[in-house]
Design a protein around this ligand. Sequence first.
Ligand SMILES: Cc1ncc(C[n+]2csc(CCOP(=O)(O)OP(=O)(O)O)c2C)c(N)n1
Ligand code: SF4
Ligand SMILES: [Mg+2]
Length: 297
Amino acid sequence: MENKDLKKLAAVAKNYLEFDSNEVFTWCGDCGNYGIQNAMKRALALEGLGRQDVVFVYDVGCNGNGSDKIEGYTIHGLHGRAISLGAGCALANTNVKVIASAGDGATFSEGPQHLIHAIRSNYPMVFIFHNNENYGLTTGQASALTPCGARMNGTPGEVATPPLNPLQFVLSLDPSFVARSFSGEVGHLTEVLRAALNHDGFAFVEVLQACPTYNKETPDEWYAARVKDVGEIKGYDRADIWQARKLVADVGEDFYMGVLYEDKSRVSFMKTQKYRDYIKSTLVDEVKHYDIAKLLP
Ligand SMILES: Cc1ncc(C[n+]2csc(CCOP(=O)(O)OP(=O)(O)O)c2C)c(N)n1
Ligand code: SF4
Ligand SMILES: [Mg+2]
């Protein structure tokens, strides 16, 4: 290996290790959150991003407990509110990358209104959607994504209400970036997250996440036997939203992963604000103390 390659490798390793925390992991063994956290750190390090370049926003849930297992600027908010907190950070300081994480319960039961407007406004952030098809932290209740027939805590008979199709919903909102990956394929997820980090706008990344404790029907092996890369579909054009919509609507045996849709012509929210065309500072630079005393009667 040449000296310059070694230096590059050392820089990637340094960034990766800087994100490591000494906190004890509380996730169950084989939880998909380990793979997601690992892929996120790998993607950031490979993109040359260190602790100072990122804000991590976590929701409430097992996924949210990742917040104290990573060193960096982290916010651990309320259930269903990671997108709104992340959007605030992303708009206030466009020089940092914002990665918000939330579960299926948070995203599609508690906070879908925030998802809708983040997509519509194209806020510049990466959103990692941890889809384990249940409320993991509160011990395995059904979410809006739990399949019919599942027997969950709180629904001991069986779930009778049909689940939402999350990507069908997201693609109906005219998003600018939609991808899918799987927590058990860290290499694949790393590359998907790198693509998301390079997208100028709201990058929605669904991660099919194993929850071996409460979702016994779909362990790692179940997903591993069904996931395929979208690159295997001859002639698939990721710029064609109708191909993506058809792909996610066909809920068959296979789950296609990769970047499913990307509109490179879109720009993120702040760049659409004409009044800021000639302003070089970010909103955080513009925070000032004003003495309002003289304005008072
Ligand atoms: C407004 C509100 N409602 C309910 C709860 C209780 N609660 C905490 S975590 C959780 C479920 C989390 O499920 P999900 O968002 O899918 O995350 P997971 O634990 O599966 O990663 C619930 C219902 C809460 N914290 N706040
Ligand atoms: S309950 Fe499920 S999602 Fe939560 S830590 Fe355990 S395996 Fe992971
Ligand atoms: Mg969940």
